[in-house]
Design a protein around this ligand. Structure first.
Ligand code: HEM
Length: 261
């Protein structure tokens, strides 16, 4: 018999001092809390992302300057890794909390559920838990397409320019009719997701009070509308701008599929 010593599982957690994280994630309230925090941080990313992309309206020089400045930051890889972890945690917890909610609901109010029959199958469409899951899943689908389009630069039907030509590449994608449709649907669902998610995140992190809940809910709706209208304006109006049309008339020097940094 070999005498290999297998470290007990818990020791890694102890070494990294992650016991608190395990404890937090072991209760449904803790999971909701982390889900709320990750959701609010992702809202912060959306504000910054929208602000940067609105520079497409200002002009090529302004957008390229913004993209170049962003890409020359040393902290960018760390921020991107953090963003990736936030998305992963948010999506994982969406699955777990939806399961938590389902089992809680089946005990608490079996009668109150809204169910519809589709093709002989009974579907639970009780809002907003399921709706949050469905709208989140559509946003995730959009995000995957979006990253292929603009983070990886792998769309075979888009004539990408030089790596540094952020304006040309972004304008090409948002002017493509297929992208405009997919982005419009993704942005619409993002708006729905945020309109409930924003206020619900405040509640999940404990920032709720009977007196302020209506205000937080209203702010959530306003936030969702501003974000959705802002991104939608890009796909609707940017392709109509003269400086964008002029840019797209000039074919890029390098035409190839590559990763855009
Ligand atoms: C018209 C709308 C949008 C435009 C024009 C746009 C533009 C861009 C561009 C140019 C990049 C590449 C950035 C880089 O290489 O550093 C990017 C990345 C990204 N976008 Fe968007 N975006 C839009 C909407 C959205 C929405 C609605 C979401 C979220 C639901 C989103 C999430 C992301 C993420 C997560 C990345 C990767 C960030 C990174 O790794 O740096 N974008 N977007």
């Amino acid at each position: 018999m070999g005498s290999s010593t297998v470290e007990p599982k818990s020791s890694v957690v102890e070494k990294l001092n992650l016991k608190w994280a395990l404890q937090l994630l072991s209760s449904s309230i803790g999971r909701k809390f982390v889900m709320g925090i990750t959701g609010l941080l992702l809202c912060g990313f959306l504000v910054a992302h929208l602000a940067g992309n609105l520079l497409l309206f200002a002009g090529k020089a302004q957008f390229d300057h913004y993209a170049h400045t962003l890409h020359s930051q040393e902290w960018l890889p760390l921020a991107e890794a953090g963003l990736f972890v936030l998305f992963l945690a948010h999506i994982y917890l969406a699955f777990v909390t939806t399961k938590d909610n389902k089992s809680a609901r089946s005990v608490e109010y079996a009668v109150k559920q809204s169910k519809i029959k589709v093709l002989g199958r009974v579907l639970d469409i009780s809002p907003p838990g399921n709706w949050m899951f469905v709208s989140g899943a559509v946003v995730l689908g959009f995000l995957i397409v979006h990253l292929i389009d603009l983070r990886l630069g792998m769309r075979p039907d888009i004539a990408y320019g030089e790596e540094a030509d952020a304006f040309h590449n972004t304008a090409s994608v948002v002017s493509n009719s297929y992208s405009r449709l997919v982005y419009a649907v993704g942005i619409l669902f993002l708006g729905f997701h945020l309109s409930h998610g924003f206020s619900s995140a405040f509640q999940s992190v404990g920032l709720s009070h009977r007196k302020y809940t209506p205000t937080i809910k209203l702010l959530g709706k306003i936030f969702a509308i501003l974000i959705a209208v802002g991104f939608a304006a890009i796909v609707i109006f940017v392709p109509m701008m003269k400086h964008v049309q002029d840019e797209l008339k000039n074919p890029p020097v390098v035409i190839e599929t590559h990763k855009l940094d």
